[in-house]
Ligand binder design. Sequence first.
Ligand code: SF4
Length: 435
Amino acid sequence: MKDLTNLRQMNISEEIRRWNKVINNYPNRKSSACKFKINVDYILKNLCLECYREQLVSFLTMLPIIENDVPFEEADYILYMHPYARIEDASEFVLRELRFIDKYRKKDAEIIVLGKSANAERQLNGSIKNITFWGDHFAEKLGKRFGIDIKERYFVYDDREKHLAIWPVDGCLQKCGFCRRNYMDIKFESIPLEVIKENLDFIKKVAPEKMKHISLRAENLTEYGIDIYGEQKLDVLLELINSYDEVERFDFPIGLAIGEITPKILDALCNCKKIGDIYLNLETGSNRLLELIGKHHTNEQAISIYKDIKKYHPQADIHTTIMIGLPTEEIIDMYNLADLIVKAKPDYVFCVFYGNNPNQPLANLPQLSESLREYHLKILIKQLAKKVNFKMFFKYYRIFKNKSSKKTEKCKEVLKEDFIKAGLGAHYEDIIYFN
Ligand code: SF4
């Protein structure tokens, strides 16, 4: 069972400041006086603060270890991490870096691979010696190894966001065809309801004002409880949190799989106190493609769930992600997607291109060319321009990442004009600035 006894540390600003100090001082560091010679180059270099969970649950608790870092060539232990993205497979990069470290490390130095990058163990297949892989609870395992009392934290008051972030479950039991789940194992583990209650009671006692705004997060929240209770228990969890008078608002920024929202879970969501932001990913616009990518919902179910959420929480902002360029996608799918968006009425649509990767089953299907998927995007926008008659933010600023060709620039310009003409209520900066 997860040990949550260090719940006492709920404010993160101070730790973020320490973290920044470590990063800023990093190039000028001197050999540490610590009895263990630990190098963290590959944590600082690869650290992607995009991963809110790893940052708050694990990284910040690891600061006492990271602060004791020594230069690579002196190290007896080299800590390694890499944050994988949901649809981009970074395993080749991770393998390359681990082989590089293996080649240049000091004789007998141990490599310790942490978090999601520990999935490299299978691919390395014993080809690197003196290497340890800790995929889960790695901060605590490090603490034990180096004699520092470290506890991961699943209830963190984020004093920048002013919410209490709770991670009641880790992992996901699905294997959607576009997701890293197809090539990565992340242990599935829920926190028992009584432990969650114990923690909430504690927060209520010591800092009730910090319970006002709850941000419930997980890779797959809808599957909460399956490992412990043999069935989904998100509804019971929501009822529990809802029962605290101190709670005024819920956000669900990640982890609700539409196809796994049971009637009980839907009821519990509808009966929650005020919902601020809720993310429900439509993914694509036709039932054929949904089935192809392994999603368990249909367009009709998605529209019905969106309607219920809006009925009970008219103030809620519904966010969704859609993918363009899925294998076998046709122009008709863009028409269907536009129809779906018009019927479901999300407030925010985040549009990404499907990223093919050889480790996923979808890689065996015919892929769309770059120009074809850009054409699909254009069709979609034109359809939305004709049909959307409500306020909606359509973000696609990462879609042209790492591209600066004239053709891309031209495509961006055309899309921008389409948006402006369409008057979709899109956020102006998202149209202009493409990262
Ligand atoms: S439900 Fe979400 S986390 Fe799970 S496999 Fe599908 S996309 Fe990935």
